[in-house]
Design a protein around this ligand. Structure first.
Ligand SMILES: *[C@@H]1O[C@H](CO)[C@@H](O)[C@H](O)[C@H]1NC(C)=O
Ligand SMILES: *[C@@H]1O[C@H](CO)[C@@H](O)[C@H](O)[C@H]1NC(C)=O
Length: 267
């Protein structure tokens, strides 16, 4: 208990420490800033990313950064879905010539309110719009939800990959939302994604959106357990907590929330 709460400055973890963490984190040390190769920012306002000192990459569900990211933060463009096809080639070329090394595929094509694409349509469109960049960038798959329903989540991804065997995808993207207490489910889901990636000769998994549901203290505790785990998994390439906004990781420009401070802690 004492060692757990002593890891964090300013009483940040006081509430959580009182809530009896079921694991000791002896290897953790005090919060400090440094670049994490895996940690990213999912943002809408580029100016807010400056508060997340130490993220190595950022994306905004868009093809262009819509503002200026801090130096050293790699912008990763996304081909969100069919509504972006007409502007994609100019935007991708521009991002790559500005230093982007990766391209993200469709956003939640398995969800009706998001990109909403069948695995077949997505595979065919991926080959047309993404695969031509395989020699110029590292290609990330569409990002699916953690829905366990047939035709969604990893089940959608499995169908997509079976039709996209020649798409030259190097990273598999997933999203995860569930209660903050479900850390085992989070790890199980990411491990299933890594297994599916491995079966398809895809090197790594990116968790491009994830958020634990619960109050601030619950989310802090979730991140405290999950971040060291993510950083230690060889199969995890990159991750970004949802999201870099004044309602989650920040409370105002340049002011990290408790959740934001936990996200930026190094373990
Ligand atoms: C760490 O980052 C915070 C917020 O981005 C910043 O205010 C602080 O000065 C940084 N600390 C160090 C030691 O660089
Ligand atoms: C990839 O880069 C080469 C060399 O710069 C360029 O000629 C080619 O058009 C690029 N491919 C795409 C799809 O932009």
């Amino acid at each position: 208990m004492v060692s757990f709460s002593a890891l964090f400055v300013s009483g940040l973890m006081a509430t959580v420490a009182l809530a009896a963490p079921h694991q000791a984190h002896q290897h953790l040390h005090a919060k400090r800033n440094a670049t994490s190769a895996k940690k990213g920012a999912a943002y809408n306002e580029a100016s807010l990313v400056a508060a997340l000192t130490g993220v190595s990459w950022a994306y905004n569900w868009n093809m262009e950064p819509d503002g200026t990211l801090p130096p050293g933060v790699e912008y990763v463009p996304m081909l969100w879905g069919p509504k972006m096809y007409s502007g994609w080639s100019a935007a991708a070329d521009s991002a790559l010539s500005s230093g982007s090394k990766y391209l993200l595929g469709f956003n939640e094509p398995d969800v009706a309110s998001q990109a909403n694409m069948s695995p077949s349509q997505a595979a065919s469109d991926y080959k047309q719009y993404m695969t031509p960049y395989a020699g110029n960038a590292t290609l990330v798959s569409p990002a699916v939800s953690n829905s366990g329903s047939a035709g969604q989540g990893l089940d959608w991804m499995k169908s997509f990959l079976s039709e996209c065997t020649d798409c030259q995808i190097s990273a598999l993207a997933v999203h995860w939302y569930a209660d903050a207490s479900l850390t085992d489910y989070f790890k199980q889901f990411v491990n299933q994604a890594i297994e599916l990636a491995n079966q398809n000769n895809i090197q790594e998994v990116w968790i491009t959106e994830f958020q634990a549901t619960g109050d601030d203290a619950s989310q802090v505790q979730f991140l405290t357990e999950i971040l060291p785990w993510l950083d230690s998994q060889a199969g995890v390439g990159r991750y970004s907590y949802f999201m870099c906004s004044n309602s989650v990781l920040l409370t105002a420009a340049n002011v990290l929330s408790q959740i934001g401070q936990a996200y930026m802690s190094l373990f």
